[in-house]
Design a protein. Structure first.
Length: 243
């Protein structure tokens, strides 16, 4: 048997997806325990705040159940567990905030694997016609919708303070996540910013954003609101280029 075939057979055996390899079963059990332990450790590392929130015993029970259903398919553990938030959403449905805590944990971790780019300063944006301007954003930028106060709970767990009582929001909100230099960051967004950023990331122009804001706040100062959003996006280091 070639080495690569032996390695594949061993991995399949560890994942209970293939015929056991011809080897001392005691050694295979050691590999299996170590393999499972590595996957559990990876989930603990990525979902640190989830583990703090749930407690070690409950987290380990759910994490091992997830591992049994989702064997690792890659040589690296960098991206293992990316479907863990969806698994938790099924195991712990709303109003439990744990799945949204997991999404935030995972999104912040994934910013580390994004390409390094230099954000553009607003004063450096040489734009002739702002109405037709399109934006390109840093690769680490992403956002997701939440229905609970998971962001506040995550912040408290991260700071080592007592987290607030979990609760449902009056209306779904959005949280944007990105990396500023080497620091992962997140901030909650009001509905008008969520819609504007979604449009901009899909290729909408600054003029399109202003038109959208008119529908969200017909009695407000659209120009001032659009200018404020633009300034915040640049100050937060979200924009790479404007064309």
């Amino acid at each position: 048997m070639k080495l690569v075939d032996l390695q594949r057979a061993l991995l399949a055996s560890l994942n209970d997806a293939g015929t056991p390899v011809t080897a001392d079963p005691r050694g295979v059990r050691v590999y299996a325990n170590n393999h499972r332990g590595q996957l559990l450790g990876s989930l603990r590392d990525t979902y640190e705040r989830v583990a703090l929130w749930m407690g070690d015993e409950v987290f380990e029970t759910l994490a091992l159940a997830y591992i049994d259903q989702n064997p690792s398919a890659a040589w690296s553990l960098n991206h293992y567990g990316q479907s863990f938030p969806a698994y938790l959403a099924g195991a712990c449905p709303l109003p439990d905030p744990v799945a949204e805590l997991a999404w935030l944990d995972h999104a912040l971790r994934q910013t580390f694997y994004s390409h390094d780019v230099v954000p553009l300063a607003l004063r450096e944006a040489a734009v002739i016609d702002w109405e037709q301007a399109n934006f390109a954003f840093v690769p680490s930028l992403r956002f997701g919708h939440v229905h609970t106060n998971a962001a506040a709970i995550w912040s408290a767990l991260s700071a080592g303070t007592h987290p607030p009582t979990p609760s449902l929001l009056l209306a779904p909100a959005a949280v944007r996540v990105w990396r500023s230099e080497l620091s992962p960051r997140f901030v909650s967004m009001p509905p008008h910013e969520t819609a504007s950023l979604d449009l901009a990331m899909a290729g909408g122009t600054f003029g399109d954003i202003c038109a959208l804001l008119n529908t969200h706040m017909p009695d407000g100062d659209t120009a001032a609101t659009a200018a404020q959003l633009l300034r915040e996006w640049f100050e937060d280091g979200l924009v790479v280029s404007v064309a």
